[in-house]
Design a protein around this ligand. Structure first.
Ligand SMILES: [Zn+2]
Ligand SMILES: [Zn+2]
Length: 377
């Protein structure tokens, strides 16, 4: 079996489209013909910083597609099924057993290292092993090997390519609000950073019925988009004192909830300090580790809490269908965040993400018409 994949051969280099060999599937693996695959900041972080022994690797972890074949022990997925691919988990450890797959004990090796747990990879270029299995998929490829436990089956009448980012970026933002914070209808929430994750969080806040939704960013165009999608207030934090402004908007009290989608010290601190008592701040942004942040304990003492969130605390098999139901009901217009690019334009798509020209880039693997008019020229 062959696949055409975008291969990262060394950090900060353009990806090269190469034909690779796919070895035999293991019993719980699933071969998927990819239809759509998003570009997420975790991919960009790998491209920026990959160590020499971490390459060559095929990235991509927001895939969607059609199941081609399945391993001999797969029983929940069949050839022909339409699937959204999400993060991988072992399905066996204590946290997986208690329905916390986002905290799988093997989350890092299963998702970030580009190999199976035994260090092997299903991908080869002639005699050379190529790292695959990134988030259990490596879906910047025409065919990808996923696993039974990270496939979410979806209905066949949906725009499959556009569903791809539900598996990571959209789930991360919307889940931080709907799963982690679960705000009451009418409550106040401040969202720091209005890229794809922040805008997905905003869509989650609209679904939850938050009465005051404050979007914070330093880019006017992003803030305008946030207002279009349901922010009741926007703050340009390069121009205004964000904590004071949030207090003003909330009648002096502060916000009941906040979401940090950036991970920079000043932003996390503001997201904590803008809370009322009690209040909860979910931190989702990631700037690499170590990332030491200091704040005054006084901001926590009065019933405030700061919680770290991975993958939106989402169980993909439950949360992806929930997001799709909301989308079909017109209550979760996540496709407004998406611009599509043909797979062959992957380097142009990555550049467009770097330049902030698009919110969520999704690669498509057929000649379908681009949405929202951006083709990545
Ligand atoms: Zn596990
Ligand atoms: Zn991601």
């Amino acid at each position: 079996m062959k696949t055409t994949a975008a291969v990262l051969r060394s950090a900060q280099e353009p990806l090269s489209l190469e034909e690779l060999d796919i070895d035999e599937l293991r019993p719980h693996e699933v071969l998927v013909r990819i239809v759509g695959s998003g570009i997420c900041h975790t991919d960009l972080g790998m491209i920026a910083t990959a160590e020499p022994d971490a390459a060559p690797i095929v990235l991509g972890h927001e895939g969607s597609g059609i199941v081609a074949t399945v391993g001999q022990d797969v029983d929940s997925i069949e050839p022909g099924d339409h699937v959204v691919l999400s993060y991988n988990c072992c399905a066996e450890c204590d946290n997986c057993a208690r329905s916390l797959p986002m905290h799988c004990r093997d989350f890092v090796p299963l998702n970030l290292l580009g190999a199976r747990l035994d260090g092997s990879s299903v991908l080869r270029s002639g005699g050379e092993q190529v790292r695959g299995h990134f988030f259990g998929q490596s879906s910047w490829a025409t065919y990808a090997v996923a696993n039974e436990q990270n496939c979410v089956r979806v209905a066949r009448n949906l725009p499959l390519a556009l569903l791809a980012p539900l598996g990571c970026g959209i789930q991360t933002g919307a889940g931080a609000v709907l799963n982690t914070l679960n705000p009451e209808a009418g409550s106040s929430i401040a969202i720091f950073g209005t890229g794809s994750v922040g805008l997905a969080a905003l869509l989650g806040a609209v679904v939850a019925g938050c009465g005051t939704i404050i979007a914070v960013d330093i880019q006017p165009a992003r803030l305008a988009k946030a207002a279009d999608l349901g922010a009741t207030h926007t703050i340009n934090s390069a121009e205004e004192n964000v904590v004071e402004r949030i207090r003003e908007i909330t009648g002096g009290a502060g916000a009941q909830y906040s979401v940090d989608c950036i991970g920079l010290a000043d932003v996390v601190r503001s997201a904590l300090e803008c809370l009322q008592s009690p209040g909860v701040c979910a931190t989702v942004g990631f700037q690499g580790i170590p990332n030491e942040i200091s704040f005054d304990q006084g901001h926590l003492l009065f019933g405030r809490s700061l919680i770290g969130v991975i993958e939106g605390d989402a169980i993909p098999q439950e949360f992806v269908p929930r997001m799709i139901d909301l989308y079909q009901a017109g209550k979760f217009p996540f496709t407004e965040l998406v611009d599509t690019f043909a797979f062959g334009q992957i380097n142009e798509a990555i550049e467009a993400v770097h330049q902030g020209k698009v919110t969520k880039a999704v690669l498509t693997f057929d000649e379908s018409t681009p949405v929202n008019g951006v083709t990545g020229e």
